[in-house]
Design a protein around this ligand. Sequence first.
Ligand SMILES: *Cc1c(COP(=O)(O)O)cnc(C)c1O
Length: 428
Amino acid sequence: MDKQLKTATLCVQAGYEPKNGEPRVLPIVQSTTFKYDNTEEMADLFDLKKEGYFYTRLQNPTNDAVARKIAALEGGVGAMLTSSGQAANFYAVFNICEAGDHIVTSNEIYGGTYNLFGVTLKKLGIECTFVNQDASEEEIGRAFRPNTKALFGETISNPGCKVLDIEKFARIAHAHGVPLIVDNTFPTPVNCRPFEWGADIVTHSTTKYMDGHATQVGGCVVDSGNFDWDAHADKFPGLCTPDASYHGLTYTTAFGKMAYMTKLVAQLMRDLGSIPSPQNSFLLNLGLETLHLRMSRHCENAQRVAEFLQADPRVAWVRYSGLPGDESHALAAKYLPSGSCGVMAFGLKGDRQTAIQFMDSLRLVAIVTHVADARTCVLHPASHTHRQLSDEQLREAGVAPDLIRLSVGIEDVEDILDDIRQALDKIA
Ligand SMILES: *Cc1c(COP(=O)(O)O)cnc(C)c1O
């Protein structure tokens, strides 16, 4: 892929280059398997000696084309699609961690990831320490142990809307000999490319803006190829010592910069199997083709809505990094100069019931367990996505009980504002 091409061009064209007479549009290769003329050819594929398709759990032309597009957009050496964002974050960590290991993560993360790291990974013997991402390098550094294998954060946290100081996190991770994994779901590579700031691995819930139409659940893991696993070989035996399940092959020796990606596909996807269907990857690709157009409209509309909410006396607080007084404004100016995303958080003056009354009065804006698609939507995390967290855990995860998460879509902003205005009038 030509890395010289601009983001908008990559959104439209990257990943799939049809040859003479082939379909102009990425075809859906809805086939579990692929045919070969002799046994030896197939054997070479199983031995990872040759690249080629044999079974869709491992590789599929439609899935791979979309993965290549996302890798090009992020500026990575390779990417792998998964069946959900949850699977992407699990795979990204589990590719370099096993029982007895430990990770450090910001506590400002998506509720599903918070549970995955704090509860489910623990059952697999992987411990997790949650840190305040705004703490000093020294303080965050104190969370690291000899068995720590990764540092994790979200470029823009869901639902707290805080911007991560990626360079600071990269310095801390690298000082401790581990990679920085960044979930870049909210800004997308259109608005931020974490590899340019030192992140080593990027993950996505492609369910959100990348798809943008709420038609498929999906995820993606992208590798920068920059982390030197062999320099910390004692920490990463899975990459730097022979894999018994692959004839004693050592990933770093055999695949260099593609070591992490190859292990991810050849070992984790082989064994755990959370692949997207080719049909879903096709839908994701349609979304990606307009991502650059949609992101700028999401940001434009969200800025107007955030300013409107901030000026309304019935609104207690607004969190949107585009607002000059926002605590993430300076970080957003650095990492997200062309805009952040359409998601914001705010609270109304009053109690929990006020929030519910406001939400129930909305007409155009729908209550859904979703964010980041073309339609404006709203959610109350304390009673929806985060309801399994205690009040203390809620606060630790940066979610105030009165927090309303608003995902501003790409409708005409005047219609969005009218709907919010009439719903506010109902509570006044
Ligand atoms: C939604 C989301 C996830 C989980 O993705 P799914 O596709 O719903 O599994 C992970 N991280 C962030 C930041 C998200 O917004």
